[in-house]
Design a protein around this ligand. Structure first.
Ligand code: NAP
Length: 463
């Protein structure tokens, strides 16, 4: 009997749609088909691959509104954010449609006259992707687009909470002419699908976005067959506000990075590290801005903050706030919840905490929720020490108008992405990814297609 994933709206628990869970047999068949179609797809010329990608992007844009509504229903984020995500997801397809035509090799002068040397770039083979629920469209296209542009075939397993957006996008890819076996999806729980992906010799690359523990297990399991891996893992971003910062800009950008997607983004600011001379002004302006944010169903036009994706995520946020308050943190606004396990919805009102210290779990673990803890510093060295004292190294932000302070912070922060007076540094044209336990490899920009390519070198002798 077929088993199903039942997808619910996290804003009210309403049933949306069910999708069949792929059986082990179906997943193995999908892998074989993906491997089989690699031979023909990798021979399709780059201009044709580019054309198909452009048509896919156009088709998605034609259905932007419907896709955004579907995304808000299954993920909960405000509709304007879903519309923004459809554009963001499409921008990766557009970008890699162009990069497909720029996969260059090189020639190397030989050491003897009788030889010629040619280096070419070839696709790695079948790519298997596992994606999270927080960006159901963009996390998929940011992997699929460079893979297909490079000439790889592609299978994705979307998160069980949000499979519908990914499925819709893949159906559109088929509509514009991508062969069925070149881009596929399977559904199921991460662990069992992940084991089938990693153990198959046909899968030549695993690309994953999600939590660090799962990333580590995928890397381990990929080692038996020496697969390529790209890992976009957890973050714990510091946001430093220096003494001379433009406080209004810092507050506006803090709101943008901290509260987007109800704080459920891997690059969202988790630790606000503010100079002691301005901490009162910054905090009161931040609290005022937070008090304007409306919590609710993402389909309502006035909503700024949607629900938390599930009870597990909700419990983690609540326990981090409690742990901080028990240890002396002061709640400036928030610490208010509207949740029902029975009905299946979990809202956290945006919360700002003051008098936070480094021993609180909120300063040590990723929150993935709309909670902003503020800690103050005196010397820049202290701010750097607090910012870097984490195993994560994904994104960091700082606000200063002094180029010496900015240069110093840039050079001392151990993070893959840095926003200087900028709370939104992501884009299809830039290399997104983390240092330390935040990941391996980069997605976006020219770097994003590199990891789908092998280097093949030819030496012609006896000329
Ligand atoms: P998660 O538990 O790691 O889940 C992400 C995906 O991995 C889902 O598709 C999930 O499938 C699958 N999965 C779960 N256990 C697995 C296993 N043992 N083997 C293989 N796949 C498995 O993470 P999450 O809690 O959903 O997402 C939040 C985390 O992702 C945060 O830590 C966040 O920082 C990180 N994230 C990072 C980025 C980035 O770009 N660096 C972007 C977004 C999110 P099912 O849940 O459907 O079983």
């Amino acid at each position: 009997m077929t088993a199903f994933i039942k997808v619910h709206n996290p804003a009210n628990g309403e049933f949306i749609q069910e999708v069949p869970i792929s059986t082990q047999d179906e997943i193995k068949k999908a892998i074989i088909k993906g491997h089989g179609s690699f031979k023909s797809w990798s021979k399709v010329n780059a201009h044709e691959r580019s054309r198909l990608l452009r048509e896919w992007a156009q088709k998605i844009q034609e259905q932007k509104e419907d896709i955004a509504v579907l995304m808000t229903k299954e993920n909960g984020k405000p509709l304007c954010e879903s519309l923004g995500e459809v554009d963001y997801a499409t921008s990766y397809i557009d970008w890699y449609a162009e990069e497909a035509k720029r996969i260059y090799g090189r020639t190397i002068p030989a050491s003897t006259e009788s030889k010629r040397i040619i280096v070419s770039r070839v696709p790695v083979g079948l790519v298997a992707a596992i994606t999270p629920w927080n960006f159901p469209a963009a996390m998929m296209t940011r992997k699929a687009a460079p893979a297909l542009a490079a000439g790889c075939t592609f299978i994705v397993k979307p998160a069980e909470e949000t499979p519908l957006t990914s499925i819709k996008l893949i159906e559109l890819a088929h509509e514009v002419g991508f062969p069925m076996d070149v881009i596929q999806y399977v559904n199921g729980d991460g662990k069992s699908v992940g084991e089938l992906f990693t153990s198959s010799p046909y899968v030549r690359k695993i690309t994953f976005t999600g939590s660090t523990p799962v990333g580590k297990s995928l890397i381990k399991n990929s080692s038996d067959t020496i697969k390529h891996v790209t890992m976009e893992l957890g973050g714990h971003a510091p946001l430093i506000v220096a003494e001379d910062a433009d406080i209004d800009l810092a507050v506006q950008q803090t709101i943008a990075t901290k509260f987007r997607n109800a704080g459920q983004t891997c690059v969202c600011a988790n630790r606000l590290i503010v100079h002691e001379s301005i901490v009162e002004t910054y905090s009161s302006k931040l609290i005022h801005a937070v008090s304007q944010l409306k919590v609710g169903n993402g389909l309502e036009k006035t909503t700024d903050i949607g629900p938390i994706i599930n009870e597990k995520g909700f419990n983690k946020i609540v326990s981090q706030i409690k742990n901080a308050v028990d240890q002396g943190a002061e709640v400036m606004i928030g610490n208010h919840f509207d949740a029902s396990s029975e009905d299946g919805y979990f809202f956290v009102y945006p919360t700002v905490l003051k008098n936070v210290n480094s021993s609180m779990t909120i300063m040590q673990e990723e929150t993935f929720g709309p909670v902003a803890p503020i800690i103050s510093f005196n010397k820049l060295e202290e701010a750097i020490e607090i910012a870097n004292s984490t195993p994560y190294g994904l994104a960091a932000y700082f606000f200063t108008n002094d180029y010496r302070t900015g240069t110093y912070l840039t050079e001392h922060l151990d993070f893959g992405i840095i926003g200087w007076n900028d709370g939104a540094p992501s884009g299809a044209h830039v290399p997104f990814g983390g240092m330390k336990e935040s990941g391996l490899g980069r997605e976006g920009g020219p770097e994003g297609i590199e990891s789908y390519l092998e280097t093949k070198y030819l030496s012609i002798g006896n000329l």
